[in-house]
Design a protein around this ligand. Structure first.
Ligand code: TRP
Length: 334
């Protein structure tokens, strides 16, 4: 009797262990697969211009530094919409259908298009000027959805003050921007108010696309002493055309990105575009490691560094005060 009970108990234990063994088999194999898993990243960029290309380079370089190497531990699908709205839509759908671990939007329109395509996959913004006003997130402290990332807002007031210091007797400025770019429209509204407070008369002119930029710049340059350009994608992609016209009238251009100063502006206050990419990559990795986008505050890449193109300033006969130069980065010399 006693022996039987022991035997039955023994069999019972074996059975339990057996079940345990079987149920453990699967989980025991999974971690091996997980360490081999390649992280899938989808990137959507509105178009190519030096600023956006620098952001993308900053992203891939920093991801590499952090252990995510394209083709090895990570697989990037990079899509460039060539400034075409229908491309943005189809490319967003394609990227989402590939079920990536994470998405990156470079520019406001690209991020907005990704946001339309998925409410689940995390989307990291690479240099978005006004993410709240563009309707991408609820607040900069707490986005509240699947979107977070880096903003590249610049201090417009300081930019206008610098223009006054650099251009003698500055009374009348022009503002050049693209009507269809949400990010620019906001900056222009802000700039108009700030200019008034600084006793500057303002002439605002918008372009539809790169086709009318030469003609619109001509109208503006013939009428003002200096031109302010916000963080505008279309103008950034056609700086050569803008500068060709403004040079003819000897009117200095004051843009809002280091790359645009290098492309023929005189002086600008803003952020190193490559650094925006580096900061974006850091957010990507934080989210891959489990930080929730809805709780992750926006990073402001706003350092307020002054960039100067000395060659252009000299060519236009502009003397930049030493006090400004001392703290600035000269971008026309490599
Ligand atoms: N901030 C722009 C946007 O929200 C994109 C951008 C980033 C940009 N860096 C730039 C545009 C420099 C012009 C120049 O769409």
């Amino acid at each position: 009797m006693m022996k039987k009970t022991v035997l039955a108990f023994g069999l019972f234990i074996l059975a339990v262990l057996g079940i345990g063994y079987v149920t453990q088999q699967k989980p025991a194999q999974q971690p091996v697969q997980e360490t081999k898993k390649i992280v899938k990243v989808g990137v959507l960029q509105l178009l190519s211009h030096p600023a956006l290309d620098a952001i993308y380079k900053g992203i891939t370089d920093e991801l590499g530094n952090l252990g995510y190497v394209d083709g090895k531990t990570m697989q990037i699908d990079f899509q460039n919409a060539q400034a075409d709205q229908s491309n943005l839509v189809s490319m967003s759908q394609k990227l989402v259908s590939e079920k990536p671990d994470i998405l990156i939007g470079i520019t406001t329109p690209a991020t907005a298009s990704l946001a339309n395509a998925t409410k689940e996959i995390p989307i990291i913004m690479g240099g978005i000027t006004y993410p709240v006003q563009a309707g991408l997130i609820a607040s900069e402290e707490k986005p509240g959805n699947n979107i977070t990332g880096v903003s590249d807002r610049t201090p417009i007031k300081q930019q206008l003050e610098l223009m006054k210091k650099v251009v003698p007797n500055l009374k009348k400025i022009g503002i050049l921007y693209t009507a269809s770019e949400d990010n620019s429209t906001r900056q222009v509204e802000e700039a108009k108010e700030l200019a008034k407070a600084l006793d500057l008369e303002v002439v605002v002119k918008s372009i539809s696309n790169t086709n009318d930029i030469e003609q619109v710049t001509e109208g503006l340059a013939s009428d003002v002493q200096a031109i302010f350009v916000p963080i505008d994608n279309t103008v950034a992609s056609a700086m050569a055309t803008v500068v060709k016209v403004t040079d003819k009238y000897k009117v200095p251009v004051f843009p809002s990105a280091d790359t645009m100063v290098k492309d023929g502006g005189v002086l600008g206050i803003g952020v190193d575009q490559y650094k925006i990419g580096v900061e974006t990559a850091k957010v990507v990795v934080a989210v891959l490691n489990g930080v929730e986008p809805k709780e992750k505050a926006i990073v402001l890449a706003n350092e307020g560094v002054v960039y100067i193109n000395e060659t252009k300033a000299k060519a236009l006969g502009i003397d930049i005060p030493e006090e400004i130069k001392a703290k600035a980065i000269i971008v026309d010399k490599e």
